[in-house]
Design a protein around this ligand. Structure first.
Ligand code: C2E
Ligand code: MG
Ligand code: MG
Ligand code: MG
Length: 292
């Protein structure tokens, strides 16, 4: 009887795996078609400097828009894209599109507004990555000071020496670097000191715990203090409420990003609200933040 049960479990297990594999395979096929059909778009979410209430940059976030107008979240398709290697052409498209858009905004006469691009582990470890970045900057004519790359904490913790070398080369090109989802990895203080980074981004899971969990609040203030010691800027992501914002301001956090101020927006909407209508953007900042 135990044997029969074992076999059933085994069948159950394999069926589950193959269903997952089929789903993944379908997703991968869809993803390939999406690239070919140009169904992807970049959305932009503003980063706000607390001291001035000003929008001081934007993070580019990839959206996959099906013809049915359904939007698929990167949390679903980035892992598939990484496993299948599709992240390489996708990441190249994202980088080029973000740089091109930023340059176009400057040519339209708007003040500089650096753009942050997310870089996944597979992209960062690709041997052509540095070459790609410098080629895209050259092609688009974007000044490197207007580009920031976001690497997750887990990416920076693999192959430490190679990673630090790569990060130095990126910094030497004049590009800014930030550590995304900070607090979710296990980097030590001494390791962090060695990383040539400009900004720590506190992961939104801690930000969301601020008002409800004393540990969450303590972790956030510890990260802010640590960033100060290391002379790095610190930004909190996923800020949704006035209470979270107020806590971050009191703790000396430099910047915020989150639905409290704005969701990620299509390029035209970002332009309308935060570039063209500087005045409207400032009024919104004053209402929420008090204008510094
Ligand atoms: P991330 O880089 O940590 O981006 C922050 C995520 O939080 C984004 O999700 C953003 O839309 C969301 N977010 C912003 N404000 C709030 C808020 O107030 N509350 C909540 N609950 N969420 C907020 P999104 O756009 O779904 O992206 C998820 C992740 O997918 C990103 O996390 C990033 O790791 C990855 N990703 C997105 N675009 C790209 C891309 O172009 N390339 C690569 N390699 N990864 C990307
Ligand atoms: Mg990010
Ligand atoms: Mg993040
Ligand atoms: Mg995240």
């Amino acid at each position: 009887q135990a044997k029969a049960e074992g076999r059933n479990n085994y069948q159950f297990f394999t069926r589950n795996i193959s269903e997952r594999a089929i789903k993944r395979f379908a997703m991968e096929g869809n993803l390939r078609r999406a690239i070919a059909r140009d169904e992807s778009a970049l959305y932009y979410q503003p980063k706000i400097e607390i001291a001035t209430g000003r929008v001081i940059g934007a993070e580019a976030l990839l959206r996959w828009q099906l013809q049915s107008s359904e939007i698929i979240s990167p949390a679903q398709f980035i892992p598939v894209a990484e496993e299948s290697g599709l992240i390489i052409p996708i990441g190249e498209w994202v980088l080029r599109q973000a740089c091109r858009q930023n340059r176009a905004w400057q040519e339209a006469g708007y003040p500089a507004m650096p753009v942050a691009v997310n870089v996944s582990a597979v992209q960062f470890r690709d041997k052509h990555f540095l070459e790609l970045v410098s080629r895209v900057l050259q092609e688009t004519g974007l000044d490197p000071s207007n580009l920031e790359l976001e690497l997750t904490e887990s990416v920076t913790m693999q192959e430490v020496d190679t990673t630090i070398g790569l990060m130095r080369s990126i910094k030497d090109m004049g590009i800014s670097l930030s550590i995304d989802d900070f607090g979710t990895g296990y980097s030590s203080f001494s390791y962090l000191r060695r990383l040539p980074i400009d900004t720590l981004k506190i992961d939104k899971s801690f930000v969301q715990d601020i008002a409800t969990d004393p540990d969450g609040a303590a972790i956030v203030s510890a990260i802010i203090s640590m960033a100060k010691i290391l002379k790095q800027k610190v930004i909190a992501e996923g800020v949704e409420t006035p209470a979270q914002y107020e806590f971050l301001r009191q703790q000396g956090c430099d910047q915020i990003q989150g639905y409290y101020f704005s969701e990620p927006l299509p390029a035209e909407e970002f332009e309308a609200r935060f570039l063209r209508e500087q005045v409207a953007g400032m009024a919104q900042a004053e209402r929420l933040i008090g204008g510094g």
